[in-house]
Design a protein around this ligand. Structure first.
Ligand SMILES: [Zn+2]
Length: 129
């Protein structure tokens, strides 16, 4: 069977397994794009870029959405390995954990801006400002 890899040059070290692996990584990428193809998730990730890490209550203020909705989006991002979390007292902070996604966001959204000031936010970070 002929090689079906993207460079269409058979017999240059393209075993069937390579082709299969390549298709696998395309599939993974497509899943990642699907995950990112969502305004609320992009907004969450952008908030993380601006501030390194954010808690759920900050994201509630930024997105003007309720906690269950935010948690649902964060779970999807965490399951995909896009974000990571750490607990500090009562708060759980989320941060970007996939350098590839950070690069993709820089390309798609432009360089990360300054953290936005949210006077109405009651999260520990905003209270400190
Ligand atoms: Zn805040």
């Amino acid at each position: 069977m002929g090689c079906i890899c993207v460079n269409a040059r058979p017999a240059v070290g393209c075993s069937r397994r390579d082709v299969k692996n390549q298709t696998g990584s395309y599939r993974e990428m497509a899943q990642l794009f699907r995950l990112l193809c969502h305004p609320a998730r992009l907004c969450i990730l952008d908030a993380m870029r601006r501030r390194e890490e954010v808690c759920v209550c900050h994201l509630q203020t930024v997105l003007k959405q309720r906690q269950p909705y935010i948690s649902q989006q964060l779970r999807a991002l965490k399951d995909a390995g896009v974000v990571d979390s750490r607990r500090e007292g009562l708060y759980i902070y989320y941060r970007l954990s996939n350098p590839r996604v950070v690069q993709a966001l820089d390309v798609m959204l432009g360089p990360a801006g300054q953290p936005r000031h949210h006077p109405e936010c009651t999260c520990p970070q905003c209270r400190r400002e």
